[in-house]
Design a protein around this ligand. Structure first.
Ligand code: NAD
Ligand code: TYD
Length: 337
């Protein structure tokens, strides 16, 4: 099997490439990534020597001639992870989100159509459904899309485009919508790696609003296994929710991390809330369980221990990131609040 993976130097894409190359011998992957602030070549050092099975191309998914050239090699599937992925950044400036997350998807779809590529797998998010109240049932695939941030609006737009290409051109597409991932190699701007690394550095842990917003957490490798199942066996034109059935309010996660690292709760700093902050996400993943036999296999306690251990053992990875461009953004964001 030959895959084109886009955005494979980011958090989930690099975990996907590493786990796929480890699991399947008869697999080769082209990874197309722009290396934005979130892309990191170091994430894939373990496979870069594997020239027969892994090829890296630096480039933009909105670059039609480049994408067309790569797609003309007719991979068996295109798995699109490439995106601007951080809600807070989208609140500061939505431009890159619309370009990559919408125009980029259109470009990929057009090139796949032009060259008659098999399956297109769009990696989407639970955030397209909007926000739940405390007693609401979890999101199902038939829910209306009600995105509340520029990030989620751009992802919802992409989902609609993918659907339209299936209906109009009969393209073979599948969409996965997953809940919040955590695990190794996650950029330390997202909640869990930010809190772990700040705690290690004895810096304040900024908790937005009352800290009672709820997310449904999934270990990244469980997400990767689900994507593999959907890519191989999902029904064309179908959407699959993926979730960990693991809801926690943010403040509980933050306190758990501090407890595990033996750091004081006095490091917690409640800060002004994120504008338009979704209150709760929760996923009903019955469809993927019943149709494809996927269930998550990593419990939260096990996953968070592995994640904390990885950040302790890979301090040079995240220290480099935190001392660079990331800091400018961090200051801009907190200056903005
Ligand atoms: P990430 O920000 O860690 O990585 C994104 C990657 O895309 C980076 O390597 C970046 O260099 C690359 N990229 C950005 N713009 C590009 C462009 N124009 N052309 C080529 N490459 C480009 O993101 P992530 O957390 O790994 O998320 C991957 C995908 O999964 C995204 O589509 C996101 O919406 C979705 N998702 C993420 C989560 C989560 O919890 N992180 C949950 C559900 C869905
Ligand atoms: P995040 O990791 O940005 O993911 P998303 O907003 O896409 O779900 O945030 C997860 C939750 O943590 C969300 O409710 C916002 C909150 N949060 C904080 O309280 N403090 C922070 O510094 C960050 C980054 C997030």
């Amino acid at each position: 099997m030959r895959l084109l993976v886009t955005g494979g130097l980011g958090f989930i894409g690099s975990n996907f490439i590493l786990s796929m190359l480890k699991t399947y011998q008869d697999l080769s992957i082209i990874n197309l990534d722009l290396i934005t602030y979130a892309g990191n070549l170091e994430n894939l050092v373990d496979v870069t020597h594997d020239k027969n099975r892994y090829t890296f191309v630096k480039g933009d998914i909105t670059d039609k001639s480049l994408v067309s050239e790569i797609v003309s090699t007719k991979p068996d599937a295109v798995v699109n992870f490439a995106a601007e992925s951080h809600v807070d950044r989208s609140i500061l400036d939505a431009s890159a989100f619309l370009k990559t997350n919408i125009i980029g998807v259109q470009t990929l779809l057009d090139c796949c159509r032009e060259h008659g590529v098999g399956r297109f797998v769009q990696i989407s998010t639970d955030e397209v459904y909007g926000s739940l109240g405390p007693e609401d049932p979890p999101f199902v695939e038939t829910n209306h899309l009600k995105p509340n941030s520029p990030y989620s609006a751009s992802k919802a737009s992409a989902d609609l485009l993918v659907r339209a290409y299936h209906k109009t051109y009969n393209m073979d597409v599948v969409i996965t919508r997953c809940s919040n991932n955590y695990g190794l190699l996650q950029f330390p701007e997202k909640l869990i790696p930010l809190m772990i690394t700040n705690a290690i550095q004895n810096q304040e842990l900024p908790v937005y609003g009352d800290g009672l917003n709820v997310r449904d957490w999934i270990y990244v490798l469980d997400h990767c296994k689900a994507i593999d199942k959907v890519m191989r066996d999902g029904r064309s034109g179908r959407i699959y929710n993926i979730g960990g059935s693991c809801e926690y309010p943010n403040i509980e996660i933050v306190k758990l991390i501090l407890t595990k690292l033996k750091k004081p709760f006095s490091l917690i700093k409640y800060v002004q809330d994120r504008p338009g902050h979704d209150r709760r996400y929760s996923m009903d993943a019955t469809r993927i369980r019943d149709e494809l036999g996927w269930v998550p296999s990593t419990g939260f306690e096990e996953g968070i221990d592995a994640t904390i251990k990885w950040y302790i053992e890979n301090e040079s990875w995240w220290r480099k990131i935190k001392s660079g461009e990331y800091l400018d953004y961090y200051e801009k964001w907190y200056g903005n609040l």
